[in-house]
Structure formats: C-alpha cells, structure tokens
Design a protein around this ligand. Structure first.
Ligand SMILES: Cc1ncc(C[n+]2csc(CCOP(=O)(O)OP(=O)(O)O)c2C)c(N)n1
Length: 203
C-alpha cells in the first residue's frame, strides 16, 4: 500500500496492526534523547515494555493528557523532539488539545494515536472512532495539517521517520487490534516524575 506524506489512506482501509509491534518500531527510530509521553494505560504499558528510557513519561491516571504534556514539553525544550502516544478514547476526551497544538505549531512535536475503536482497559466499550469519527480528519480540521493514517507497518515507520526529520507538528494514526498491552508500568508516580525530570536535564 502507498500513501503520500499527508496521507492518502483513509481510516477504513488502513491495516489493523499491533500497538506493541509499532511501539517497538517507533522506539527503534529514536536517536537523539527524544522525549516520549505515553498516555494512560496500554499506550504507556507498551512503551514501558519496549525499554525504559529516562526521557519517557508514563501518564498513569488521567485520560487525554499525553498530548497536552507533550505540547508543554515541546514548547519548553524546542531543541528536543517530543512524541505523544495516546489512545483513541483518551484523545476523544480531549479533542481541544489538537486545536491548541495547531495554534502553537511546535515543529518538534509528533502525536501518535493508537486507534483500537474501544476503551480497552475499562472493558472494551466502543469509541466514536469505531464507526463515525475519523481522528485524522478531526486533526486536520483542527489545523494539524500533517496528519495521516498509517497504511501498514512500513508506512508507519516512513511517516514517523518523516515526522522526526521534517518537523511538525505531525499526527500519525494507526488502527490497532484489541490485544492487551504486553506488560504494565510500575505504579510509582514520584519515581516516574523524578526520572523524567532528570532525563530532560531539568533536575
Ligand atoms: C478522565 C478519566 N475518565 C475516565 C477514566 C477511566 N478510564 C481509564 S482508561 C479508560 C479507557 C482509555 O481508552 P483509550 O484511550 O482508547 O485506550 P485503550 O484502553 O483502548 O488502550 C477509561 C475510560 C480515567 N482514567 N480518566
């Protein structure tokens, strides 16, 4: 399958992939102490299992905060690339952040949305993106022009490499299956915060 940088692939012909597999591919492309913010639950569980880095932050308790935290980090440290990993349900709870990202337009911010069409961690209730809401169309409408569905794993890698190389803000959405995360993050918020601050050189 092929797609342009701005995304020729729609939500419904994008391949259904696996979050942990894509998380490993994403982490494998990191080279320069990029910060990675994992959203609540599965997004940060799979990030944790992909190898812990001091520049990773794991959001434990609240939905929809990965992108706002990443936006703040990107603005505070413009030389560092910052990546937010967020579930579809969490993004749907906090859609306004996309408009703020577009308005602030930090070139060093990349958003990755894991769209499984469900609130998986609370029992698999369907989200609006399962049927009616297209998160890439919403992001573009909010002004995040570099928004695309990943057609397949190779396309995901290509889109992510382009986002790191060319700058953003960019949003990459991936349709994923309903396999649970492969592990769980250690629930120690103080430790997570302290390690992240040291990883960013601010402590
Ligand atoms: C503000 C808020 N509302 C509700 C919850 C309960 N809750 C925790 S995770 C979750 C589902 C998250 O769905 P999604 O972001 O799509 O990730 P998935 O579980 O599918 O990986 C819900 C409803 C919460 N933690 N915070």
């Amino acid at each position: 399958m092929t797609s342009s940088r701005t995304g020729a692939v729609s939500a419904h012909n994008a391949k259904v992939m696996n979050r942990f597999e894509l998380t490993k591919r994403l982490v494998g492309q990191l080279r320069h102490d990029e910060a990675v913010i994992g959203g609540i639950g599965n997004a940060n569980f799979d990030l944790w299992e992909s190898g812990q880095r001091p520049q990773n932050f794991y959001m434990l308790g609240s939905m929809g905060l990965a992108i706002p935290i990443a936006l703040g980090t990107a603005i505070a440290q413009p030389q560092r690339h910052v990546i937010a990993l967020e579930g579809d349900g969490s993004l749907l709870m906090q859609l306004g952040c996309l408009a703020t990202v577009a308005a602030q337009a930090p070139r060093n911010l990349t958003i990755v949305v894991w769209d499984n069409g469900i609130y998986q961690i609370t029992g698999g209730q369907p989200t609006a993106s399962a049927a009616t809401a297209d998160l890439v169309a919403i992001a573009r409408g909010a002004g995040v022009e570099k928004s695309a569905w990943a057609a397949d794993e190779a396309d995901f890698e290509r889109l992510f490499a382009a986002a790191l190389r060319e700058g953003g803000p960019s949003l990459i959405a991936a349709r994923i299956d309903d396999k649970p995360a492969v592990g769980t993050t250690e629930r120690d918020p103080v430790q997570i915060r302290e390690r992240f601050m040291r990883g960013l050189g601010v402590k």
